[in-house]
Every structure is written in structure tokens, then in C-alpha cells.
Design a protein around this ligand. Sequence first.
Ligand code: ADP
Length: 463
Amino acid sequence: MPLFTRNIRTLLTVRYTLVVAALMLVYSGVNLTFQYFYLSTQLELNLKEDLEIIQEILITNDVMINPLERISDHHPKPYERFVEIWSDSGRPLYHSSAFRFEVNPPPPNPARYGAEPRFFSFRFPSGEQWRTIGMKVTTNAGVRIIRISMSEEHLHEQIWDIFRFMSYLTPFFLIIAVLSGSYMARQALAPIDVMAVQAERIGAENLRERLAVANKEDELGHLAAVLNDLLDRLQRSFQRLKDFTADASHELRTPLTAMRSVGEVGLQPGQPPEQYREVIGSMLEENNRLTHLVDSLLFLSKADSDRVALQCETFEVSSFLRDTADILQILAEEKGQALEVDASGGTVMLTADRTLLRRAVLNLIDNAVKYTPEKGRIRLSALRTGDRVRISVSDTGPGIAPEEREKIFDRFYRLDKDRSRETGGSGLGLSIVQWIAGVHGGAVTVTGGTGGSTFALELPAVR
Ligand code: ADP
């Protein structure tokens, strides 16, 4: 990589200077061409004017007065011209004394001259270029060929002068271009340096800091705002991760502490054998809780890192709900609850990951059984509306207050921590349900008042 492309400031300056140089080149080219054509046209106009004067003299009297005296009335430098008058047969009749060529111009070829003026150019061996105008004029004394020539040297000198003037100006303009380009690049990029310094200071410990946004409307302001949004998102994720780790440690410590204290009680001397059985039973219960918790944590960490791949299949929902309910039927029966599947919605087909969906529905039924008092009723149903399938789990439990409905889906959020712990809850079940609904392109909602709650999984029928 060339050196200057590593530094945007230098790169911009070099490009800007190159553009200015190219523009100057084009401008000089156009200007010189224009000047050349302008001066060349002027020269031809002068020649034409002179020709008209001489033509007039010849027509009126064909007298050999010095035609240059007449021309001098019109032109400040008449002797720059060379005037020739020839007879039609090619005999020289007159030529002006201003003649200063090293060799005579060749005699005119009468066939090349007509009644209309014509321009010719010729170059002398010395390299000098002359422009000539010539025409035939019919006078009383016969046909005459008038030829007036003028050196282009003056024209070339003028063009050369302009060229020299521009060449002297070019380095001057280029220096200005380099200085102004570098200054503008530095000014334009200065906010990036400021941003870089600010960004360097931001780390995990001060994720609250933000980049200063000087002008929201310009590109760099927009970039700073976008980076600040990114920092907002990072800060939120970081905070979530911190909370999650803290909550997870807390949740893990509780059963571990319980196991230790139960164990310590068991170790006290003189305990009857039944006491040992009870201690071991409690420890196994805490162990179950721990296993369940670790299993949920593992699932969520896989979900967070998108490592759960969907394996979708098409199945009938009512029979799926019946199979799922059967797994927890025993728990419901222990509490004298009626756990039923309402199949009145007819045959409802759904394409989804059956294993994941079973996990979601199990969590919902488990909650319903846990939080619904004894002798309560739990109803499962499936309904297809349009291209969506709605799976509902309703219970006759305490219900969930409207202000809590959003929060219960947060990780580790529990309405009644003590009761939830008694029932083995860790506050992760509904987060898992929500993730499973989301990954299927659906959502989970909760409704209902104090007479019970209804959790509904709304999923697209086909994926
Ligand atoms: P947990 O493991 O504590 O049950 P969840 O995420 O499954 O965690 O539920 C979060 C909280 O929502 C529970 O602690 C409970 O207070 C409340 N909840 C969940 N389902 C029900 C329900 N069917 N009836 C009443 N409250 C419920």
C-alpha cells in the first residue's frame, strides 16, 4: 500500500491537489485554445479589412499609389503586412517595401484565386508562419490578384506569453491547493480524533460514557449518534449479563446452602434413622431443584448464543396437547386439579419444533398446576385463526395483576419468591416460553383477572 493512502488526511490532500492540478490543466488548455482562435480570427479580420481597402483603391483608379498609406489609416502597424499586386498572367505589379522575408513567397497561382477572398498559410524555411489573404479583382486595366500576408509570429508570441504566465501561476496555485486541502482535511477530520480519544476511554467499567455529538446533522455527528446507540445497546446487554450472572449465582447458592444446613443437621450425633432418611430426601429435593435450574440456565445460554437449531415438523395440536398434559397429569391429580384438553377447536395442524414446543407447554402447565390451588381447573385448547395457531393454557389460580404481566417474562422474576421457591420455581420458566415463542415467529401473552389466568402461545401455523 502506498504510504499516503494509510493516512486519510494526506490522501485527501493529495487527491484535492491532483483535482486542482487537473482543473488548471484543463482550464489552461481551454483558455489557450480559445485565445488562439480569438487572436487568429482577429488577424484574419485585419487582413480582410486591408484587402477591402486595397480592392477599393484598385477598382476606382488602379493607380500605383502606395496602398500601405491607406491601410495605415486603419492599422497602427501597417508595415507588419506585406502587400502584393499581381497581374492575372502572373506579372508582379507592386509589392510593399515592408518586405522582410529571407526568400520571396512563391508567385500566386492564379487558378487558386477567385472573386471571393481566400486564406492561405505558409511557413518559411526559418519556421516563421505567415497568414495570407488573396483574391482576384477586376479593374479597368484588367484582372488583378491582390495578396496580403501577415506574420503569425505576434500571435504565437501572445499565446506563448499567456502560456508562460499560466506556468508561473501553476506552482503558486498548487501550493495553495496543498495548504488549503491539508487544512480542510484536518478541520473535517478533527472530530474523528476527538471521538477516537473519547472512545479509547470507554471500557467495561465506564460504559455509561458517551461520545460528544457536536452537530447531529452532519455525517460525523450521525456516526457519533450511531456509536452512542451501539454503546446504549452494549450497556444494556452488559447490564443484563451482569444481572443474569448475579441472579444465577444467587439462585444456585440457595439450594446449596439448604443442602449444607440439612446435611449439618443430619451429622449431629444421636439422630434416629428416620431423620437420616428425611435429610437425604431433602437433599435429593434440593438436588432436583438444582438440576432443573442448571438445565434452564444451560438452555437459556444456548438460546442466547443462537445454538438452538429448530427442527420443525407438522403435527396435530390437540393430540400433542393431550400427550404433553399426560406427563404432568400425576402432579395435577396430587392437588386434586382437573387438567383437561379442550378439542372443540377441531383438527389444528401446526408446523413447529415439537420438542421445543413441548418444553414451552410443559412450563405453562407446570406453572398452572403450581400456582392453582387444590381442586382447581386447568384447561388446554388449540384454535386456528387465519394463518396463526393459538395454544391456550387457562387456570383457575390467583391470576396475574396487569402491572406484573410484562415483568413475569423477565429472567428470575417471580411474583412471590417464597411461594415460588417452595414450589421449586426459579423464575426462568416463562423466559424460556417467551424465547421458544419468539424463535418460532410468535409470541406469548397472558390475560385474565383474579379468577385465574390464561397464557396463550400465538404461533404461525406454517413456517
Ligand atoms: P417460576 O419458575 O417461578 O414459576 P416462571 O418464569 O415460570 O418462574 O414464572 C414467573 C412468575 O410468574 C412466577 O414466579 C409466578 O409468580 C408467576 N406465574 C407464572 N405462571 C402463573 C400462573 N399460572 N398463575 C399465577 N402466577 C403465575
